[in-house]
Design a protein around this ligand. Structure first.
Ligand SMILES: Nc1ncnc2c1ncn2[C@@H]1O[C@H](COP(=O)(O)OP(=O)(O)OP(=O)(O)O)[C@@H](O)[C@H]1O
Ligand SMILES: [Mg+2]
Length: 533
């Protein structure tokens, strides 16, 4: 029985703990009791957490730091600072002089017009910059280094829902928890995390439903999106990056998701999400806001609570009944006209942001300075200081920094080794293959027919088995291998890349698939041999 089978069985047992165990043997009773106990412990732990959980909206950053400190053994804090980050491809500038930071314990919203460079910004933060010309610095907890080396504690939720359609919701999450959590984490702890994630994402009702594919419908698009997020949450990341996690979700589901992200932030996780057109309520659930203008320029980066003050200091006041983020994007895009102070125009917003924060203005933007009158007045009136632009973080900066630089190294997490992952993969592939039994049966049928045909054409006996027969055999075996190879890789390319990027073992993946494929090839050969006789 694989881990996830056990888990599914256990979860049913937990729900039906009181239902008749009468006919079971003594050993099975004991085993079931142990599993039920695990679940009981998981649920009571989650219940205790709920009671103790402070109100998300009222907690201060120092509260987050204190809470995170309790969890530090599992979740080191992860601060990302970027300075003058510039990314280009050929002559096209995709990101320009992006300076700021993403702080642990905070949920950051990244917004901007379509094509502004939001996904590119996420890729730059994640160090996925192959093929681009990159300038500037990315510091992790004050140190420069390759982001790739921290991938075991980074969760990245891609824009597309890359999940396994032929596994249930719970199996998808459990597999990620098993392969990506800390090596030494007990099964009970993994169950607690899994149950917490399923609960916070509202997936209880569909936990045993197959996710489904385009060809075979399963859960709804919004539920699929939440599974996509859950896969990263169950591995307890320190940095959680999400590309459009709320796109396609209704308002209630978006708020549910945001609450789950806020809960992660309360444990010290640095959460950063690209979002489009959030409702006013949703927008206010974020802590920080990054507004990107076309060309990958920052028009604002700082706390949500300061954003209206900042823009009104430039003469941009949000009319009543307008949603602030939508209004600012419309201004940036020139859809809504407004009169700014000092003869500035919306295209000057990134420049004004640089001036306000004292960042170096690149040479090619210097000429725009001449267009703006009274620049000095613009960036001192109603001003936030540079420190304030990073919010109440400054007041707690010392405690945060002490926390993030402290002894728990970001590289400490050891995930299960190749052998352990092989075991999990083997269980998963077996299950997937069994669920594709119809396809498999068609393969067998085709090969039986091929065997009968070739056997009829080439009438050879053991004593007359010559060169031609060897030829036929080689062709048949090659065909079988091709079938196995196709089945092995092509439908799961995206899932494989996602898993590889998250630091899971490629060797374990292919070994597990090869094991099943070779077993399959043996069965097929047997069938082919028998049918051609
Ligand atoms: N590899 C690339 N080669 C050429 N241009 C690229 C490449 N990657 C990004 N771009 C360009 O960079 C710009 C920003 O792209 P990006 O995908 O980051 O936008 P976005 O803000 O995420 O948009 P959306 O909201 O539509 O997802 C686009 O004009 C895009 O064409
Ligand atoms: Mg994008």
């Amino acid at each position: 029985m694989s881990e996830s089978d056990q888990l599914a069985a256990s979860s049913n047992e937990a729900r039906h703990a009181t239902e008749g165990n009468g006919k079971r043997s003594k050993n099975r009773k004991k085993l079931a009791h142990a599993r039920t106990e695990r679940f009981r412990r998981a649920y009571s732990q989650i219940g205790r957490e709920r009671v103790l959980q402070p109100d998300n909206d009222k907690i201060t950053l120092s509260g987050v730091v204190a809470l995170a400190a309790e969890n530090r053994s599992r979740r080191p804090m992860f601060e990302v600072v970027f300075k003058g980050l510039t990314l280009s491809i050929g002559k096209k500038k995709l990101l320009q002089c992006v300076t700021g930071k993403l702080s642990p314990g905070r949920v950051t919203a990244i917004m901007g017009p379509s094509g502004a460079g939001k996904t590119t910004f996420l890729n730059a933060v994640l160090g996925k910059t192959t093929g681009y010309k990159k300038d500037g610095l990315v510091l992790i907890n004050g140190k420069s280094g390759s982001m790739q080396s921290y991938k075991k504690i980074i969760g990245f939720v891609p824009q597309d829902d890359i999940v396994h359609g032929n596994l249930t919701v719970e199996e998808n999450l459990w597999f990620s928890a098993c392969c990506r959590s800390s090596k030494g984490m007990s099964k009970s702890d993994k169950i607690i995390v899994l149950e917490r994630v399923i609960g916070s994402l509202g997936l209880q009702e569909i936990r045993n439903s197959l996710v489904g594919t385009v060809e075979k419908r399963g859960i709804s698009g919004g539920q699929r999106k939440r599974v996509n997020v859950g896969i990263e949450m169950v591995m307890e990341p320190s940095l959680l990056i999400l590309d459009e996690p709320t796109t396609g979700l209704d308002s209630a589901s978006s708020q549910l998701l945001l609450r789950a992200l806020r809960h992660e932030a309360l444990q010290g996780v640095n959460v950063c999400a690209v979002i489009h057109q959030p409702s006013y309520t949703l927008f206010n659930m974020f802590d920080d806001f990054v507004l990107l203008a076309r060309g990958g320029l920052i028009a604002y980066l700082g706390p949500i609570s300061e954003v209206e003050t900042y823009f009104s200091s430039l003469g941009i006041k949000v009319p009543e009944r307008e949603n602030p983020p939508d209004y600012y994007i419309d201004i940036l895009e020139g859809i809504t006209k407004t009169k700014m102070r000092g003869h500035a125009a919306p295209k000057h917003l990134p420049l004004l942001w640089m001036l306000r924060n004292g960042y170096e203005v690149p040479e090619y933007m210097q000429k725009d300075l001449e267009d703006i009158n009274n620049v000095h007045e613009l960036y001192t009136v109603g001003s936030m200081s540079r420190e304030q632009s990073f919010g109440d973080q400054s007041e707690n900066a010392d405690s945060v920094h002490q926390n993030v630089r402290e002894p728990y190294s970001l590289l400490d997490r050891k995930t299960p080794g190749v052998l352990a992952q092989y075991k999990y993969y083997l269980g998963r592939v077996t299950k997937q293959r069994l669920r594709e039994a119809t396809l498999q049966a068609v393969d067998y049928l085709i090969l039986c027919i091929a065997g009968i045909c070739i056997g009829t054409i080439a009438k050879v006996k053991d004593d007359t088995f010559g060169v031609a027969s060897y030829g036929y055999t080689i062709i048949a075996v090659s065909l079988l291998c091709q079938l196995a190879a196709l089945r092995s890789f092509s439908p799961e390319r995206l899932q494989y890349w996602r898993e590889r990027e998250s630091g899971m073992s490629t060797l374990a993946y292919f070994l597990a698939r090869d094991t099943i494929d070779h077993f399959n090839t043996l069965v097929i050969l047997l069938l082919f041999g028998l049918s051609s006789d």
